[in-house]
Design a protein around this ligand. Sequence first.
Ligand code: TLP
Length: 351
Amino acid sequence: MTHPLIDLRSDTVTQPTEAMRRAMMKAQVGDDVFGEDPTVNALQQRMAALFGKEAALFVSSGTMGNQLAIKCHTLPGQEVICEADSHPFNYEAGGPAFLSGVQMRPLPGRRGVLNIEDLQASLRAQDHHFPPTSLVLIENTHNRAGGAIVPLENMQQIHRFTRKHRLALHLDGARLWNAHVATGIPLAEYGRWCDSLTVCLSKGLGAPAGSVLMGSREFIDQAHRYRKMWGGGMRQIGILAAAGLYALDHHIERLAKDHKNAKKLAHKLAKLPGLRVDIKAVQTNMVMVDLEPSGLKSADLVVTLKENGLAVIAVNAGRIRMVTHLGVSSQDIDRATAIVEKSINQLINKK
Ligand code: TLP
């Protein structure tokens, strides 16, 4: 019997469920550029209320949400402080420089967490040699740190720091849902300690597309204008917003299953010779696997795994990433582990 490919590259690969597709099909729609799509309006209102923000804007992607936030919180020539492994710094195609004309100042974090002393030390004196700093960016859960949860206390500390120094604070909460389910901290509590945040509907929540940017009414009004300018004004987009609304009702609590599957995967992989997995570091739906003990290169392993029916991505030359999501069952985890074991043996025997 041939099995379908198990796709652990990302939680972005999910297929909309039958029930989600039905919700999309039945959605009432209108022209959202005129503000007349009732389903988009309902999603925006619901999201703003959930996160305790004045207003929300449905955007095409997490990248667009983050880039709009950077645009609205800064002026060209200013500086943005971020964590060195953060998504906006590493994976948004240089957007901050291109779209907002700002300079990014990456600070090294610890498992995605920015240290308050490093932030203090990064402050620049009032001197015309220096770029003025206007924004701090944080990320929770943290992607490159393997889905790590950034503690709320750290966010509160950074919030206090930004108030004191009159800086804006934006949270890239692409997978904030995962942090919320893992910690039990209410979504509004995360909303409370930042000026703006982006959350994605298209990752663990399983919608086919869409993210939501939230903040003050004035901030969202400005973001709305840039969204239009950047070609992101869409029309009868309630079809996609309906998937988001469906996900809010049905796909938040189930993230606990993804977290359980990720832990199961980590435990099983840690037992295989040649691999190193930091089980304690698996806090949500991602597992980072280091290949160093085996001497294998991730690029080779990725190809062999794919041939054997498992898709993963390489984070760097010696590390692969596996992400659990609603398309992955507990049995898939058993099968994925067997495929990893078989693939490592094949590659080692070839050497
Ligand atoms: N991340 C993707 C890839 O770009 C790496 C993934 O598969 O994890 N913030 C964070 C923390 C993200 O992980 C991502 C997507 C984004 C923003 C961007 O979201 P999209 O892809 O909707 O632009």
